[in-house]
Design a protein around this ligand. Sequence first.
Ligand code: ATP
Ligand code: MG
Length: 399
Amino acid sequence: MFTAFLIKYAEIGVKGRNRYLFEDALVDQIRFALSKIDGEFAVRKTQGRIYVDAQSAFDFDETVEALKKVFGISGICPVVYVEDEGFEKLSGTIVNYVKTVYPEGNKTFKVCARRARKNYPMRSMEINCELGGVILDACPDMKVDVHHPDFELNVEIREKIYIYSEIIPGPGGMPVGTGGKAMLLLSGGIDSPVAGYMISKRGVKLEATYFHAPPYTSERAKQKVVDLAKYVAAYAGPIARYSGPIRLHVVNFTDVQLAIYEKCPHDELTIIMRRYMMRIAETIAKETDCLGLVTGESIGQVASQTMQSLVATNEVCELPVYRPLIAFDKQDIVDISEKINTYETSILPFEDCCTIFVAKHPVTKPNVKVIRGHEKNLEGTVEELVKTALETREIIEIE
Ligand code: ATP
Ligand code: MG
């Protein structure tokens, strides 16, 4: 029945003079997302609205799924178009629409007519009343409720007549690529993929860094991170106009980690290791034009995420560190990871480079001066190890 979709967008609508940039980016992203599925579609922008018109047979569910992954879309409204062939004909179409979409019948509704074409012979209010009456006659179990209806039947009189009532929620946010680029520290855990998703939802393109420690961590642990990056990339990349896939930098962290293990107190291992991760990720971030780092940290979740620990981790970075999950409870993070399909992969039991060298009783309130002091033990060796880690990194393009 549906041959088109009206795309609703939230925040873009309140942009001023730059609005068209965001709209154009959204149109690009929609075109790109739809190019990956079966069917021909035309995406057009008219009078502050975006329409997707199907120009061939298409799979409704697959199309909606693709649109649900485009950041910037707040709602997807399946639309029926009909030619204007008089009010009588329109009434028949409307009854047919309502009976098909709401077969259970016992709904409350409200008709919202809009005339974009002012030469239509009836006024909007008149259309509302007449069509409301027609529906009530045809569906005796339905009732009008103008304040809190179960559905709002929109009837827009344009060159054709557009009918829609369903709004399928989109992901919200801003089109990816409108907000610069950030470096995600991506581990195999639950949190960092969610953090990446959240930042890219604000229009930010991602680049990612993963630290592994072969032979202490396996090829399968790495594959898990590649898989997680693919789920994040389903939303965050590849981006139509702006550039290609998410690039994942896989850094061999073994020697740095072993040096820390040898030369620093064991209760400070995690925090010092985190500081080296941040330093290395920042170096790559700067080389790749990223404007910030992104982590999955949340206050108090583990010893390395207390306020004191975060001071210590933050200290080594010049770029801002974005922590979108900072005030989220674990369950809230899990809920999002389930929504974006990363959960099942995240909980696979492969070793992480952090867990291998972890102390039984890590410091929970590290003192930055003390940490700096112990890092001095690494001077003279660690620089070269960091340099090698950077130079030997593997770059994987995540489609
Ligand atoms: P996650 O579920 O994201 O792994 P976590 O609760 O296990 O988080 P930590 O291991 O303390 O927490 O890591 C905190 C953050 O540091 C992660 O969210 C991630 O951004 C980054 N991080 C940790 N380990 C790695 C790694 N091996 N490679 C890249 N980034 C990492
Ligand atoms: Mg982790």
